[in-house]
Design a protein around this ligand. Structure first.
Ligand code: 6R9
Length: 658
């Protein structure tokens, strides 16, 4: 990685925080010094933001690395922290969730109402035989009951495993089996792209293959006809009839809270295990710090799905533990029109928006005039997560959505890290378009070479995390060995300085001249062209910086002369003519543009103009599938793809040379 092209590109624009926001910010520059002086004391202070039934005896037990124990001996209840304590403090009438259904129906749920629902659901789960430590699968659309189901599990100490609504029968049944779940909570369906999309038939098939499942709890959302088995129970006939009284019991700080599966690039999905006290401490702190949340006045909206870790940490546990008022939206951004997001921001006066680069680039493609038609003056902080955000997309977000006023926080983290790790602080950091900037207070991230030596400013290499952090994964469910192999053996204990344990994140990164961090994508995606390591992210950003390009995905395809050659898949902006000669001309222009921006070595061998790119449901580009196309192979596993028709479109274009 030392030879990356990374340092050929440069970004000199910089945006200091707005003065007014900086003056009133929740977290100021001193937090970095405080954490640097005593990291564990810093995290103990953050844990004190929560309500504990029993205080911990020790902040961190790292005597058996890499198996961490945080807040040893402490006890708390997560649902109590997310719901009851706000009601007890007299904030029961405060709105917790402004829910917006795709067809336009709405629900407003206060903290007092949330407490009732969560208590009822907790009572029902108990009646269905679910006890602390049991696993519950949740396969739901984006409706309030999804959050209620998660909180009800947490309340009784059951471990939830949320599976994306829309994953296949196979994906659902392997996850049920791996966790040995006893219950599935689901719905008849949800609304997507203007119509009901069924969930129950998938659950029926998966449950038929899953002997561990004893009951299925079904929310009625769409009213579609459903098959009914003797394991099925309607939510409205059980939960909504149950007693609203439920006393939350405290659980050990290391009690398992949830399992969430990440597919990674190959192999069987990994069940990432998170526990109670450290997880809630970090997601609660980071939600407050990174978004500068003012619970009394802000309206927060995270557009993620609950089936992605972002939904867990920054729709459910972070915001609710902080007593936030938030928007939750069921559907797609283009239903009924491409202005739906801006209409929602305007309607609820959203002040903090957290979304993904894929959506920002899609909005760019749809055109500036769409957001321009809305009053977005309520916005004061914008966030990004999921992929590196290209500088051009960052600038578009700042100019067209933030109207050049609001800070952008580009937050780097993973399912495994549980909460945000690298991000600007909106009242402190002078941001650079495309950089996640620096590790948060209390976090030690670094970029190292293959000998685990820290690279100097200006250098590139592997992103690592040096010290344990509260919301770190505790293991891979049922597979400690894979946990060790995947994250801790690359720079094994003893590499670098002494017996330090170094967490390998799997991402490439560089440090710029000021030490700010730039994420370069998964190291598995790095291309090797004529002996040079080239990051997919940088070639993609070079392409996106051309005014005709909305989105780009780049892969390295085997090449007889250069080892690998760069093949790019490009989505043109809405207004661009790509028919016939115009398309050919654009192609030549784009190849030259990359060559000029990054150097001739980065010039793509081939550029395909495509209408869409294959993405996971959390919006990440699946380069692996594009590589299959570029190398003329049959496609690998497509089960985590958001829209499987996309690959047909792309493969067809490849054969006809378009
Ligand atoms: C939260 C989440 C983790 C991977 C991660 C990295 C990529 C996420 C990013 C980012 C650059 C950011 N990633 N945020 N890359 N800048 N701000 O996405 O979790 O689904 O587990 O994915 O996503 O490659 O390693 P998860």
């Amino acid at each position: 990685m030392s030879e990356t092209l990374a340092n050929l590109s440069s970004e000199s624009r910089q945006f200091p925080p707005p003065e007014e926001l900086a003056a009133a910010a929740n977290v100021k520059a001193g937090a970095y010094e405080e954490a640097a002086a005593d990291r564990l004391a810093f995290w103990a202070t953050q844990a004190d933001r929560l309500t504990w039934a029993k205080k911990w005896d020790q902040v961190l037990d790292w005597s058996n690395p890499p198996f961490a124990k945080w807040f040893v001996g402490g006890e708390l209840n997560i649902a109590y922290n997310c719901v009851d304590r706000h009601v007890e403090a007299g904030r029961g009438d405060k709105v917790a969730i402004h829910w917006e259904g795709e067809p336009g129906d709405t629900r407003t749920i206060t903290y007092a109402e949330l407490l009732k629902l969560v208590s009822q659901a907790a009572n029902t789960l108990t009646e269905l035989g679910i006890a602390a430590g049991d696993r519950v699968a949740i396969y739901m659309p984006m409706i309030p009951e999804a959050a209620v189901a998660m909180l009800a599990c947490a309340r009784i100490g059951a471990t939830h495993s949320v599976v994306f609504g829309g994953f296949s029968v196979d994906a659902l049944s392997t996850r049920i089996k791996d966790a040995d779940a006893k219950l599935v909570i689901t719905a008849d369906g949800g609304y997507r792209r203007g119509k009901p999309s069924a969930l129950k038939p998938t659950v029926d098939e998966a449950v038929a293959k899953s002997p561990s499942i004893e009951n299925v709890l079904v929310v009625r959302r769409t009213g579609q006809d459903v098959e009914w088995t003797d394991k099925d129970k309607w939510w409205h006939e059980t939960v909504e009839q149950a007693s609203p009284e439920h006393q939350a019991q405290p659980f050990d700080a290391e009690h398992p809270l949830f399992i969430l599966y990440t597919s990674g690039t190959t192999g069987k999905p990994k069940g990432i295990l998170h526990t109670t006290g450290g997880y809630l401490t970090q997601v609660s702190y980071t939600h407050n710090a990174v978004f500068d949340l003012k619970p009394e006045t802000d309206v927060y909206w995270c557009t993620a799905d609950i089936g992605w870790v972002t939904g867990h940490s920054y729709i459910v546990y972070g915001p609710l533990s902080n007593g936030a008022t938030q928007v939750m939206y069921e559907g797609t951004p283009d239903t009924p029109g491409r202005d739906r997001f801006w209409q929602i921001v305007d309607k609820y006066k959203v002040s903090i928006l957290y979304t993904a680069p894929t959506l920002i680039r899609t909005m760019m493609k749809w055109g500036d005039d769409i957001p321009a038609g809305y009053d977005l003056s309520s916005l004061r902080v914008l966030g990004s997560v999921g992929e590196p955000i290209n500088p051009e997309a960052w600038m578009w977000y700042r100019e067209n959505i933030g109207r050049n006023r609001t800070p952008i926080v580009d937050t780097w983290w993973q399912t495994e890290t549980g909460g945000v790790m690298i991000s600007p602080l909106p009242g402190v950091t002078a941001t650079k378009p495309g950089s996640a900037m620096t590790p948060l207070p209390g976090i030690t991230a670094d970029v190292v070479d293959d000998q685990a030596e820290s690279v100097p400013n200006g250098g590139g290499g592997f992103l690592v995390l040096r010290d344990p952090w509260p919301s770190m994964l505790r293991t891979i469910w049922g597979d400690d060995k894979r946990f060790l192999d995947t994250y801790w053996s690359r720079f094994g204990a003893g590499a670098g300085s002494g017996d330090e344990w170094i967490y390998f994140a799997g991402d490439g990164a560089k440090k710029d001249e000021d030490g700010a961090l730039w994420l370069l994508g998964r190291v598995d995606d790095v291309m090797l062209v004529s002996g040079h390591n080239i990051s997919t992210t940088e070639v993609e950003s070079a392409l996106v910086s051309h005014p005709s390009v909305a989105e780009a995905a780049v892969v390295g395809a085997t090449d007889p002369t250069t080892g690998q050659a760069i093949v790019a898949f490009v989505i043109p902006r809405g207004s661009v003519d790509t028919e016939g000669d115009a398309g050919d001309q654009l192609n030549v222009e784009l190849r030259n543009h990359v060559s000029k921006t990054l150097g001739p070595i980065a010039k793509p061998r081939q550029i395909m103009l495509v209408p869409e790119l294959p993405k996971t449901r959390s919006g990440k580009i699946m380069r692996r599938l594009l590589k299959d196309v570029a190398e003329n192979r049959s496609l690998g596993d497509v089960t985590t793809l958001q829209d499987s028709a996309v690959m047909e479109l792309i493969s067809k274009g490849m054969q006809t040379g378009k």
